[in-house]
Design a binder for this molecule. Structure first.
Ligand code: SF4
Ligand SMILES: [Zn+2]
Ligand SMILES: [Zn+2]
Length: 333
């Protein structure tokens, strides 16, 4: 099949848009979607200057998503002195899995010459996920521990690295799965939380207690480093194809402790829906963001109950934060 835009052979067909694209036009279309998202979300603040640039910390796991995100951001901003990119890799202590993806991160950071920080659960908390999984004091899935630790590391290091934004490589499939899971679980509070934490554009005013300006854009905040997902318009398969065509050093295997069975079910459901009704993921996300903005107002004063954890000082709604209580449970084994 020929490329829709030139006479070269197509390497992919996007059923949701009807386009057949050759390698060059496909890669350009991925770049363009990421750049459009960055522009539409006003990710780069007007206040950023060459003298006072913004620091964007990327959660660089070494998987295809974060590697592609880092590559596109570097291609886009390497010559722009208003942005500094820093890669942050977390080593969870998962033998044979994270070691390989860490190699991919080091290779990429070296190749494009960005600052790269590596943080491990072992150094931060004195635990390794392999041991946590074995002891399992709370009788939970591995990812339930790991997610709490990861969020803690990401937000503390984003602050330590003086980050203005924390960027992650979530793609369209990831986001549509999360949206659908929140719908199916009937978890409206979680929809508001998801929207507030990482969706929607940025503005410069100082906003209300949900961190939003009156026009729904995200306000500047001293309390936490805002997150963004510039890859969220690109389907997972296209991210993988881009990584392959550009020969990027991505590590593609699954974590041996991966246990998100429900997400797997939703993934298969979405896959079938998309096959039969191309464009489903895009329409889920369009409606979800609109709804997220509305419910975000309803849950406006959530942050009012936040206090400092007695042990570590991080923001929490309880006396001891979730991370500290998990660590006590692990230590007590
Ligand atoms: S799959 Fe689960 S256990 Fe493995 S790295 Fe991801 S969150 Fe951690
Ligand atoms: Zn072409
Ligand atoms: Zn704590």
């Amino acid at each position: 099949m020929e490329c829709t835009k030139c006479d070269r052979e197509a390497v992919m067909h996007a059923a949701y848009s009807g386009a057949h694209l050759c390698e060059t036009h496909f890669c350009e279309s991925v770049d363009r979607r990421v750049r459009k998202r960055i522009r539409e979300d006003s990710l780069l603040s007007d206040a950023a200057t060459p003298e006072d640039p913004e620091t964007w910390v990327i959660g660089l796991s070494g998987g295809k998503d974060s590697v592609v995100l880092t590559h596109v951001l570097h291609e886009t901003f390497a010559q722009d002195p208003r942005v500094e990119i820093v890669g942050l890799t977390i080593h969870e202590g998962i033998e044979g899995y994270r070691d390989k993806s860490l190699d991919a991160c080091v290779e990429l950071a070296d190749e494009i010459g960005i600052r790269h920080e590596v943080v491990s659960y072992a150094e931060e908390f004195g635990v390794r996920m392999d041991d946590v999984v074995e002891d399992d004091p709370e009788n939970m899935a591995a990812c339930a521990y790991c997610g709490v630790f990861r969020r803690d590391v990401l937000s503390r290091y984003a602050e330590r690295l003086d980050a203005d934004k924390l960027l992650t490589g979530h793609n369209l499939d990831d986001e549509a799965q999360t949206a659908l899971m929140n719908f199916l679980e009937g978890d409206v509070a979680q929809i508001a939380k998801h929207f507030d934490a990482s969706l929607g554009g940025f503005g410069d005013e100082t906003g209300g207690s949900n961190g939003r300006n009156n026009d729904g854009t995200r306000a500047e905040s001293d309390e936490f480093v805002p997150r963004a997902k510039p890859l969220r318009d690109v389907p997972e398969k296209e991210v993988a194809l881009y990584a392959h065509l550009k020969d990027l050093p991505a590590h593609i295997t699954e974590c041996p402790h991966s246990s998100e069975a429900y997400r797997g079910e939703i993934q298969r459901l979405l896959y079938d829906l998309e096959e039969n009704h191309p464009g489903t993921r895009h329409s889920i996300m369009a409606g979800y963001e609109e709804l997220g903005e509305i419910v975000s107002h309803e849950y406006d004063d959530r942050s009012a109950d936040l206090r400092e954890c007695d042990r570590c000082g991080s923001a929490t709604t309880r006396e001891i934060c979730r991370k500290c209580s998990l660590l006590s449970a692990i230590e007590a084994v």
